[in-house]
Design a protein around this ligand. Structure first.
Ligand SMILES: [Zn+2]
Length: 197
C-alpha cells in the first residue's frame, strides 16, 4: 500500500484512539505485521545486501533470498532484543505519546501491570534515549499525535539510500500554525519534514 510518511492518515497509518489502538495491537503478531509494514512498505529489503526478495521463516525473521541472512524487523530499533512482549512495548509507546502530563515509571508499571518497577523504568529510559537527540527542537503548541515509525534509510552505505537497520523514527504532528512533522531518526539525524497543508 502507498504510504507517505509526510502525510500519515489517522485510522490508516496510526490509531486515533485508545480503542483503535487496542483493536490493532492486541497480539505480538499484529505488532510485528505493523512494524513490517512501516519498515518495508514495498516488501522486505535485506539490510545486508540490499536485495529485495525474501520470506518469513519460522522464528518470525525474514530470510534474504540473495544472501541468506536472517533479519528481524526489530533489528536496530528500540524493540531489538527485548524481553518484554511487543504488545506491552507498544502500550508504553502509546502511553508515552498520549499522556498529557508525561509518564513516570511508576505510572507505567501500574497502568500496564508491568511486573517490576525496574523494567518499567528501563523501557521508558530506552524510549527517551531514542527520542531525545541533541539539537532537536522541542515540540510546541498543542501536540495532537505522537507516534513511532520505523523506516527510512541508513547513511554510510554505498549510494547512501539503502534501506537500513538503524531506522526508528519518531513522528509527531503539531496542531500549531505551520503544522509540521518532525522525524527523529535513531541514527541521531534530526530532520524536519514540512507538510504543505
Ligand atoms: Zn541479503
Amino acid at each position: 500500500m502507498d504510504r507517505d510518511i509526510a502525510r500519515p492518515r489517522g485510522g490508516v497509518d496510526y490509531p486515533r484512539s485508545a480503542g483503535e489502538f487496542r483493536s490493532w495491537f492486541g497480539a505480538d503478531e499484529a505488532c510485528l505485521d505493523y512494524l513490517d509494514w512501516l519498515r518495508w512498505p514495498a516488501g522486505f529489503v535485506c539490510p545486508a545486501c540490499g536485495g529485495s526478495g525474501g520470506w518469513r521463516v519460522g522464528d518470525g525473521r525474514y530470510k534474504c533470498s540473495g544472501c541468506g541472512r536472517r533479519t528481524a524487523v526489530t533489528a536496530g530499533t528500540l524493540f531489538d532484543r527485548r524481553r518484554t512482549p511487543l504488545t506491552v512495548w507498544f502500550e508504553v509507546c502509546w502511553e508515552f505519546a498520549t499522556a498529557k502530563d508525561g509518564v513516570s515509571a511508576l505510572s507505567v508499571q501500574r497502568t500496564l501491570e508491568i511486573g517490576s518497577y525496574k523494567t518499567a523504568w528501563s523501557m521508558l529510559h530506552r524510549l527517551r534515549r531514542v527520542l531525545r537527540r541533541p539539537g532537536r527542537e522541542k515540540l510546541s503548541g498543542r501536540v495532537e499525535v505522537d507516534e513511532t515509525y520505523i523506516g527510512g534509510h541508513e547513511e554510510g552505505l554505498a549510494g547512501g539510500r539503502a534501506r537500513g537497520k538503524k531506522s526508528l523514527v519518531a513522528v509527531a504532528i503539531e496542531s500549531a500554525e505551520g503544522r509540521g512533522l518532525r522525524a527523529v531518526s535513531d541514527a541521531g539525524d534530526p530532520r524536519r519534514i514540512r507538510r504543505d497543508s
